[in-house]
Ligand binder design. Structure first.
Ligand code: 5GP
Length: 175
């Protein structure tokens, strides 16, 4: 059990299960990118731990870079625009693997993907540690999914509650 601010979280996915699942995703990525040199693009902050664990297990030659997604209110269409911040290198011709912590409504990753694709990479695939199918509000194509989970609030292994709780080796769920 872990208390973060006013909320209590209980164990959900333990360290060994996380590590073995991420290692098996890395095996698939190694196979899929056998003759390539993928560029891992990590969506901060939540995905940093997943990305580190994934990267440790990859053997294909690869590079890593980090982006943030800034949101600001907009009056039309989707209501919110999530703009990519911090991407300084050119993505043209790159085989990009976008790394996310969790896909919930899917709106963030959809917009990130669109902005990445506008830079003409050779390919874009998405790796997410967690996916909540029940919460999905838009079509997203997820290539590597660690765990499909029910629509509950989770924390730990990089994921936060109000900035705290990222520093655990396991994933916990709101009680
Ligand atoms: P989406 O645009 O898919 O709804 O939102 C994805 C983002 O919402 C994630 O990158 C994460 O920051 C946040 N998020 C969604 N569900 C959870 C959750 O259960 N726990 C935590 N800590 N963050 C979540």
């Amino acid at each position: 059990m872990l208390t973060v601010k006013d909320k209590t979280f209980v164990p959900f996915i333990d360290k060994a299960t996380l590590e073995s699942r991420i290692a098996s995703l890395a095996v698939r990525i190694d196979e899929d990118y056998r003759d390539k040199e993928p560029l891992i693009v990590v969506v901060l902050n939540g995905a940093f731990m997943f990305a580190a664990e994934l990267m440790k297990n990859l053997t294909v030659p690869c590079r890593i870079t980090f982006i943030r997604v800034g949101s600001y209110a907009q009056t039309q269409s989707t209501g919110v625009v999530r703009q990519i911040l911090g991407l300084h290198e050119s993505l043209e011709g790159e085989d990009v693997i976008l790394v996310e912590d969790i896909v919930d409504t899917g709106l963030t990753i959809r917009q990130v993907r669109q902005q990445i694709e506008s830079q003409h990479p050779a390919s874009v695939r998405i790796a997410t540690l967690l996916f909540k199918p029940e919460a999905l509000q838009t079509e997203v194509n997820l290539d590597y999914v660690g765990f499909e989970i029910e629509n509950r609030f989770v924390l730990g292994f990089g994921l936060d509650y109000d900035g705290f709780g990222r520093n655990t080796k396991e994933i916990l769920v709101l009680q």
